[in-house]
Design a protein around this ligand. Sequence first.
Ligand SMILES: [Zn+2]
Length: 103
Amino acid sequence: MEISWVRVYQAANSLEAHSLKGMLESEQIEVTLSGESLSAGAGELPMDVVQVCLWVPETQVTRARARLKAYEAAGEVEWQCPDCREWNSGRFEICWQCGGEKP
Ligand SMILES: [Zn+2]
């Protein structure tokens, strides 16, 4: 079956796009980026005006959107507790569930 890709997020810059890509891939969500060729081709553009979009397969859109929503709410990338595997907001320095320290 052919995969249809859905755009789920427009990142502010390439750095954000790559950190989000890593976050989603760690959850076994496939991610592809578009828009990066702009930075390579244009050269003159400052990094922050180059917008990179994240695309995921249609079947993984719901999961991806849920993760991205949590990311936006936290204001930064979440972290997973090494002890209990719980996901925590980037604003927390300790795991809300078991009190374990942020790695
Ligand atoms: Zn924990």
